[in-house]
Ligand binder design. Sequence first.
Ligand code: G4P
Length: 523
Amino acid sequence: MSDLATEISKRRTFAIISHPDAGKTTITEQMLLFGGVVREAGTVKGKKSGNFAKSDWMEIEQKRGISVTSSVLQFDFEGKRINILDTPGHEDFSEDTYRTLMAVDSAVMVVDSAKGIEPQTKKLFEIVKQRGIPVFTFFNKLDRDGRDPLELLAELEDTLGIETYPMNWPIGSGQVLQGLYDMYNKEVLLYRPDVNGNTKLPLEADGNIADGNILKENQIWRDTLDEVDLVTSAGNEFNEDAILNGQLSPVFFGSALTNFGVETFLKTYLKYAPAPGPKKTVEGQPVAPLADQFSGFVFKIQANMNPQHRDRIAFVRIVSGEFTRGMDVTLGRDSKKLRLSNVTQFMADSRENVENAVPGDIIGVYDTGTFQIGDTIFSGKQKLEFEDLPTFTPEIFMRVTAKNVMKQKSFHKGIQQLVQEGTIQLYTAWSSGDYILGAVGALQFEVFKFRMENEYNSEIVLEPMGKKIARWINPDQLDEKMASSRNLLVKDRYEAPLFLFENQFAERWFKDKYPEVELEAKL
Ligand code: G4P
């Protein structure tokens, strides 16, 4: 194997998806602990230690206790280089999360075993399923009384439409949690060490543990054996291809908070999760990671990650070839030539200047307004363009003005920069020139306001316009007289005209009146 092939084979790039509070941060933190990146539990959220890792970098996140932005954590574990792409759990930031899921090779789904599949997990899972990427499930919080594991499996299969394969099985839960019956490693992982101090007990050929162990006398143990027998005899076959196609999800149980079952999970996960694979281009020809040509795409742009460095970073997922610092690349959209000299990688405890990176890695390119989300960059002569990232039509709109009319400069700068990140959209009213912001979730406005004040020193006034239906109109068919108070005519930041309809009636009325006009929902 060439050096590049070896390096690629070590990469595991994934995202953790979950409903808020299921334990995503806690499990991430445990993984960082195994990777030696953090030394004590409690540093990711830092609620108690007051120490914050980069995944919770914004003050607003800390105040609200939610993770607003996707960030990247890289660490090494047992010969693998792991890139975890953090995703905001709150539904108002789904858009950011959806795009992040375009940049991973697999996903880990963390589910609260007392709650089962919750709405946000289901929503995020849809996109994982659409992409056909492998998904591994971790049923968390086993130290609390949870739901019947058989029921949890059935719910996962029914509500998400994916087959499951349990890799281990809980022996009790909550107060009476005894351990995990690990079918895959053929051992029992004890929740509390037994009288001899053992934490693991080997399984005999008959699937039972040796005589004399007190656990064997326990009814919970006998129930577990029955359940394991049921799921192994009536359940799905272990099928690696089905896992890689995203049709079969290996299922693990554990408790992230007490670090129980997380290591087994991580080790097994790393064994079956795929290394970076090829990616489709708009021309249809996939690009293989081992191609000579370097290529990557921008899935996120973020301004001012660190208030001390007033910078903007374009997150690029490398798809093929090798990145070396200072290399020349072409931006697919406008064929502009760029030199990639100021580039960082994201370790959990620092941001480091990066010399080399390979497919699967995420690099942060310092950006002065060149990049847009979805951009492809490549080295060499052959033009490449990867498939578009999903975008969402905003539903909630607000008129925005600067509180202090003397501070127009910082107001405009802030708006331009934050809009380019792609989480909020900017429109200009056709006749008045008023600025209108559009977003998918209401919290995005709050974040916007906070960041305008804190990062650009620009106080803003937001005037709610309520929900609207945004529809783009073919510019050749546009007549300004078509606009009314029920369908406001605005233009987007690429100067394309669109109407903001008051409601569905207004849209229908418009369609009846102008049947020849084509309306389109897009960003
Ligand atoms: P998230 O990132 O998915 O939103 O979840 P996070 O890890 O922050 O966990 C949410 C809460 O659940 C935290 O409680 C965390 O300690 C707890 N938790 C996570 N894993 C487990 C587990 O295995 N068992 C138990 N019993 N609890 C777990 P918290 O910090 O007290 O937050 P909060 O309750 O103040 O919101």
